[in-house]
Design a binder for this molecule. Structure first.
Ligand code: SAH
Length: 225
């Protein structure tokens, strides 16, 4: 289904992207998903010729589709084996969502901008990815009605660790999130550990690359300008 919907020219560019840009990404399942999902379908027609460049691209509403490498890196840090229910915050174009959908059982993806949520939903269904639910809502609150999740990924930059999200992942599950100021963040993996005696959520923190994402805006994120 997905393969037949793509043209040869983009397929060549996609293969090159995987070979040339995904240095350090060792998870074979992640590399395969990046080689399969047609990134050109997640940008507007003007940006399509640039779909396999090594960087982010504008997707409208002041937002961006993330650089391929960071998409692969964050996905790898989730350590998915195919059985998980994943919460994604910051659907944007839906590209990262498609990679997750190819690699796991179920994806709940939250986007605060209704227009982006709608177009992502359409792209994902056009590709036949039916294990995804895209909802227009403030992801800083998570989505307790679908919780608990086996893993959480946030693809917008947070000013601080939103504990609410860790409360919605299972013990042992990861929350991968960029945290920092508006201009630069560090990629964190927070792994939930058992609650303390008073029932307060606990986690272990690992730090990875520096990165730069658009701001996570919402109740437990940055305030809207
Ligand atoms: N993974 C996406 C990245 C999109 S950029 C892609 O590759 O296309 C980050 C997205 O997060 C933007 O679309 C922005 O609108 C969204 N966002 C920011 N704050 C949010 C929030 N509180 N809840 C849900 N989405 C949010």
């Amino acid at each position: 289904m997905i393969g037949s919907a793509t043209s040869g020219r983009f397929e060549t560019l996609r293969r090159k992207m995987v070979q040339q840009q995904l240095g350090g990404i060792v998870d074979g399942r992640v590399r395969d998903a990046m080689a399969m999902i047609p990134r050109e379908r997640f940008v507007g027609s003007v940006m399509q010729p640039r779909a396999y460049e090594d960087g982010p691209l504008p997707i409208g509403a002041g937002q961006t589709i993330s650089q391929p490498w960071i998409v692969a890196r964050m996905t790898e840090l989730l350590g998915l084996d195919g059985h998980e229910k994943v919460l994604e915050i910051g659907t944007g174009s839906g590209y990262q969502t498609a990679i997750l959908a190819a690699l796991t059982r179920k994806v709940i993806s939250l986007e605060r901008i209704g227009d982006l949520a709608r177009s992502a939903r359409r792209r994902l269904s056009d590709l036949g990815l039916s294990n995804v639910t895209v909802l227009a809502s403030d992801g800083t609150m998570g989505r307790s009605d679908y919780a608990p999740y086996d893993a959480v990924i946030v693809t917008a930059g947070a000013p601080a660790i939103p504990e609410r999200l860790i409360e919605q992942v299972v013990v042992g599950g990861p929350v991968v999130i960029p945290v920092g100021d508006a201009k630069s963040q560090v990629l964190l993996r927070l792994t939930r550990t058992p609650d303390d005696d008073s029932g307060h959520v606990q986690w272990r923190e690992e730090r990875f690359e520096n990165c730069r994402f658009v701001p996570l805006i919402g109740r437990f994120g940055w305030k809207e300008q």
